[in-house]
Write a protein that binds this ligand. Structure first.
Ligand SMILES: Cc1cc2nc3c(=O)[nH]c(=O)nc-3n(C[C@H](O)[C@H](O)[C@H](O)COP(=O)(O)OP(=O)(O)OC[C@H]3O[C@@H](n4cnc5c(N)ncnc54)[C@H](O)[C@@H]3O)c2cc1C
Length: 285
């Protein structure tokens, strides 16, 4: 069954879209793999959200989450790794499942990381965003894991169980660094992925390391990485005043569309995006 609307990202933008989508009686699937905006949950005090001065980010997000989930969207606690447009709508991939939706709203937050040099060139040819999806291809081989948050530790251990060696780059300040006999922690900074047709080397601040693959495990990937052909402007998703992207049926809202990065703007854009998606669904028939 195809959902009417897939919302990717459960921060203020995505949850605002979920609420109005469900009120308007659309079937909605929501994807969020990190417990809904870990970023906003870190805010000690939010002063500028109307009517709730001084609320903590965590309390505000918990209220948003409870409100949105009370309308009964399907919540998939997995990271979306690919969105593919087709004649009937969109196919959406997570690490081990496939979903179908007629319209998509991207609400993935600030593109956390700049693409690493060579990343786009070798995507699918040695570069992967998902250990569960691609780990099996590297059985008995050597891979690098570049992690921007401690959430990646579990996936790194899974790879260490399969691979000859995992070179683990923890690019985060706080949190657990995994341990495993096949895992070596590297403290240098990855600079470029190089190869000939496929990945052969990770260039780092301490020199070149021979690898067969590079896993980039981040809170959020560059915004255009999982939807080919998505147009960007100054690093953010380009949208019109109706929050439509250049891809028909795909809308975007919140920090992923650019500055200012603010809660009220994100929630307002989530509303605009879902109303536009509903109009688009009606026209499509
Ligand atoms: C410390 C701090 C304090 C702040 N204080 C304020 C403040 O006082 N006032 C204010 O207005 N703003 C504040 N902000 C900014 C505010 O948090 C953001 O503007 C707001 O959270 C943006 O909402 P969003 O929905 O666009 O994105 P986010 O809140 O970033 O949510 C994006 C969600 O998408 C999910 N996601 C990303 N990629 C995928 C994927 N591939 N598959 C599935 N899910 C995915 C992420 O897990 C995340 O939950 C603060 C930010 C920080 C970091």
């Amino acid at each position: 069954m195809a959902y009417d609307i897939a919302v990717i990202g459960g921060g203020p933008a995505g949850l605002s879209a979920v609420v109005t989508g469900r009120i308007r009686n659309k079937s909605v699937v929501l994807f969020d793999h990190l417990g809904m905006s870990p970023k906003l949950r870190r805010a000690h005090q939010v002063e500028n959200y109307l009517g709730l001065p001084g609320i903590t980010g965590d309390a505000l997000m918990t209220a948003f989450e409870q409100h949105a989930l009370s309308y009964g969207p399907e919540w998939v606690k997995e990271k979306v790794t690919g969105v593919y447009p087709g004649d009937e709508g969109f196919t959406i991939l997570t690490s081990d499942k496939t979903f179908a939706a007629k319209a998509v709203i991207l609400a993935v937050g600030v593109p956390g990381a700049k693409a690493l040099a060579g990343e786009k060139e070798f995507l699918g040819r040695g570069v992967s965003y998902c250990a569960t999806c691609d780990g099996q291809f590297y059985r008995g081989r050597t891979v690098a894991v570049v992690a921007t948050s401690a959430e990646a530790a579990e996936e790194a251990v899974y790879l260490a169980e399969l691979c000859k060696e995992v070179l683990f780059f923890p690019l985060y300040r706080e949190g657990h660094v995994p341990e495993h006999a096949n895992l070596r922690v590297e403290r240098s900074i990855p600079q470029e992925i190089v190869g000939e047709g496929v990945v052969t080397t990770l260039r780092t601040s301490a020199g070149d390391l021979p690898v067969d693959g590079v896993f980039l495990l981040r809170e959020s990937d560059p915004v255009d990485s999982f939807l080919a052909g998505l147009e960007l402007k100054d690093g953010a998703i380009r949208v019109d005043e109706k929050m439509a992207t250049n891809i028909p049926g795909v809308f975007a809202a919140g920090d992923c569309t650019g500055h200012p990065w603010q809660i009220s703007r994100a929630a307002g854009q989530g509303l605009e995006a879902v109303l536009s998606a509903i109009v688009w669904l009606a026209k499509k028939g």
